[in-house]
Design a binder for this molecule. Sequence first.
Ligand SMILES: Cc1ncc(COP(=O)(O)O)c(C=O)c1O
Length: 345
Amino acid sequence: MKILHGGNLERAEKEFGIEKNTWLDLSTGINPCGYPVPQFPAELIRRLPSQELALESAATSYYQTNSLLAIPGSQFAIQTLPALFPKCCIAIPRIGYQEHKVAWEKSEHDIFLYSDDKLDELEASIVAGKVNIVLIINPNNPSCLLIEKTRLKFWLDELEKRNAFLIIDETFMDSSPEHSMAEYLNSSNLVILRSLGKFFGLAGVRLGFLLANKEICETMQEKLGPWAVSGPAQWIGIQALTDTAWQKNNRLYLENESASLTGYLGRILASELIEINNTALFVSLILKKDLATSLYKNLAHQGVLIRQIDYDTRHSILRFGLPGNDEQWSRLKSAIKLFLETRYS
Ligand SMILES: Cc1ncc(COP(=O)(O)O)c(C=O)c1O
């Protein structure tokens, strides 16, 4: 199955005939004002990368655990993890980053899809021992659901009783590290994925971390082989993970921008909204499918790209990434204004 991702401007150019460099791309959850990468030493591109102890120590301090492994983006772990487990039943969110489902399907595991609004059903399956692995995306992309730590800890304890696993994709967790489950990594049954692609806005650097027990990290290291994370990626990771002042300012900046976008979309589309939710990096609206499709297409014809994701047979999620400056804000606002004028005139 071919999965569509945000940020695919080549595809948008083909579909809407608008040159790829002219789009306002709000179709991803990547920080538009990401970490300002300093010039890295030129020798890093000439020699083979060794595993930098400085990166391990920066990550240990940032993620608050030393049970970790640097990987070329959390996507690598998503694709690789299914092969590390014997055939079993895994619970996966119905709405969520689809690469997870596809990877577990490919490895022929049984899949139980759970819904955000039916976590009690998931909990009952965990307690009854009906699932061997539970996959959580926290907070969820695109639904924005954030599951409380106390609940996750209860699930982890239940799963651990029969050596079942809790895998948490915390790719969007950096803005609210107090919700991370990393402090429970003394449990061998917890696996966490992290990324420098979203909050740090370094998606192209391809750097992420697997936080897991020693055995899983070692097996994953074997799958990676030598030199999987490039020298420049490691160097950039060290700068970004240790720059606590930038992280603090960025958290504040993203929180304000996301609140402004949520407020604006909530007001302007108030009469049409079924639901609106946000994370620090994107805002998701649930709308009737025909309205969502015409808003998506209308914005696209004006060169503004967002994401439309199926929610159910009658509804879609429209996900908006954050505009990165005043000019982008005005472009988004005038595009939505024009859509509303044409729709209701
Ligand atoms: C929820 C989630 N997890 C993981 C990824 C993969 O990110 P990366 O490989 O850049 O770390 C994405 C990318 O969009 C995502 O949305």
